[in-house]
Every structure is written in C-alpha cells, then in structure tokens.
Design a protein around this ligand. Sequence first.
Ligand SMILES: [Zn+2]
Length: 422
Amino acid sequence: MRKIKRVQRTVLAVFSALALLAGCGKAAVTNSESSCVDTASSDASTLTTPDSAPVNTPTESDIYASSAVDKTGSEKTNSPTPTTTPTATPSVDPTPTPAEDPAGIDFVSTETALYTYEQMMTDLSEMAQAYPDLLTVKSCGTSLDGREIPEAILGNPESSRHILIQASIHAREYINTLVAMEQIEYFLHHHADGMYADASYDQLLSSVCFHILPMTNPDGVSISQFGPDAIENEDLRAGLDDILQNDLNGGRTSGGDSYWTRWKANARGVDLNRNFDAGWDMYEGVSYPSSDHYKGTSPASEPETQAILSVADACNAMITISYHSKGGVIYWDYGSSGEVYDKDYALMSLVSVMTGYSGSSSVQSSQDAAGCSDYFVLVRGVPSVTIENGYSDCPIGIDEYPSIWNANAELLPALAFTYKNG
Ligand SMILES: [Zn+2]
C-alpha cells in the first residue's frame, strides 16, 4: 500500500514540478495561518500555560532517566543485520570474507526520539566512512558551548546545483534531526537501486549536491534533552539560570523541568530563527534573552546563524529547506513577488505533493519575521520553504515519527530530480 502511494505521489510530483517550473501561476493554496504553531503569538501562550504531557511525548522522567545512557552516544540500540549465517563446521580453507555491504547497516536508530548530538556525530562519521564517494562531513561552525556544527555534503560537490537543508534550529524540535539523518541514510542505502521517475538515485547524486545541517542548534537541543547541565561553559550555565529567573519573575513560565524540555533558543537565550537579517528590525518578540522569541542584539549575532550563512555563501544554494515542528504545514512566500514568488510557489507545491502538507503564505509581520526562510527568499531571492513536521507538542515523541518519516522519505530524490536541470 505504501509503495503504491509513493508511486502515485511520484507521478503527481513530477507532473506538478514540471508544470510549475514552466511558469504556471497560483493554484489552490490555503493562505490561512491558523495552523501555524511556530509563531510568536501561539508559542507565547505555551509559556504561560503549564505544560501537560501529550500522548506521544515522552515524560520528563523518561527523558531524564534515559539521558545517562544516551548522552554518551556510546550505546547504539540497533545492530547491523548479520550478512552471514554461522555454521557449525568451520571451513578448512576459508575464503576471504567479502566487504560488508554498507546497505545492510542500519546507521540511524529510530528507537527513541531522544536522538543526541553525540549519536548524530557518530552516525555521520560512520556513514561517511561507508560511502566516501557520496558523503563527506565537515564542520561549518562552532556553537557557543563549543560543539562543532556538522555539514553533511551528499552528492556531487562539483555540481552547480546545491540544495541547503537545515534542521533543529529550534531546540525542542529535534525530531527533525532524525528526519534529516534518515534522509541521508535512505539516499545512501538506495543509491544503486533507487529510482525517481526515470532517473536512478546514482544519477541524481551525480547531478546535484545537498548540504544538510541536521542540527544547527546543538547547544539548544542538548538543553532541551538534558537540561542546563548539558552546557559545559560555566558562564553560559549561569546565564541560563538568570534567564529562567527572569522568565519566572515575568510570569512567562511556572518553571519545572518542562521549561528546559520546551527550550527553543541557543545557549544564551537567542531564538536563532529570529536572528536573520530579514525583517529583523520589524520583529518585536521579547526584549531579553529567553527560551524563545528573543532576536538577539543584531542580525546574525549568533555563531549558529553564521554557520548556516557560511554554508549558503560557500555553495551558492539554489533552494533551501528549513525543518521545524509542528503543524503539518509548509510556510512559504514571506512577502516575495515576481519570479521569486513563482519559484517559491513551485518549490512549495512540490513539497506539498511529496509530504501531503498544505502550503500557507507567511508574509512577515511584527510577530513573525527574521527567520531563516524569510532571509533566503527576501534578501537573496533563493526559493525556500519551512516544513513543520508533526502535530504533537514538542518535543515530539517517537510514536509520531513513522508518519513524519513517511511524509519526508522521498523528498530529497524529488528535489534532486526537479532541480537537476534548473
Ligand atoms: Zn520552529
């Protein structure tokens, strides 16, 4: 059933993408922002409301109890499937064992939503070693607390067609790191046998280059997963305590562990998705460091923001995708016009067909500006969309992951196919 759905989706997507790139105008797209749950107004309310654990979200005790094991990143919960069956009688003259097929190795475990920075770094390294011709990993910056921000370069770096994908710029939305990591693994596993329309995955990977930043806010994710003790720098830890006290005094939170699990900002309370130089002056948010909605002292003041910009500068990205949660919606437009608008519409339409999410125009306002996609569309004229995965309150639990993965599994091949020629 799933396969049939995928085929239908692929045909639709190919048709849709080709038609839209040929210059078709607007179609039936909802302009409602009612389902937007990542805006200042909707999120502000969550700070003053005591958090209740949604059905699919791990409880605080689950998260903190499992942290001692997972934080080290040393335990891999899934082991590779054996490729040979042991026999009782050893061969007298054993022939050399063939190299293990990397396609048989399950690198990224989806057994828990608590996918850590350390585990991500291990998985990236192992995948790059297994597929050295298709994947390289490098650091594109360093977070405030000293974590290297990885950039996974998938495909042909010599190509002129570069696609930037970034996830988990908002800390508590770290389910999207899992999505980005599995997208890399999926493309690699199927590089030799995968097809999108009439193009093999190998052809696609030789035609385009993906620059995937699976966790652009590693300090924030670590805070959301393990609390402020995850931060090593003493000054930053003291600053986090000040931020909590300020939010308590201001009535923005009732405190407790949920204050940290629902953290969105970086390690000094800057909301990185309000730190871009597009409507930054217009954006109001809050005027002090907080768990979210503080835009910082100036545009691109934060090293994590600069890391994303450095990747875009180096590769001259032709489109960008930002992964967030939640809402099951695709934000696009941002107030663009002309050719940029048309190209952004084409991108949104393709993503809509692939994911099943609806597009929603996200024209800037004083409560919704200075984001990553805003910047690329409005300042650089680069078609960009924000995909809001899932429907539960963040952090989203693993129970919801299969449906999120199904929505995003073939997005990268679809993007490669659509943009390999322009
Ligand atoms: Zn977000």
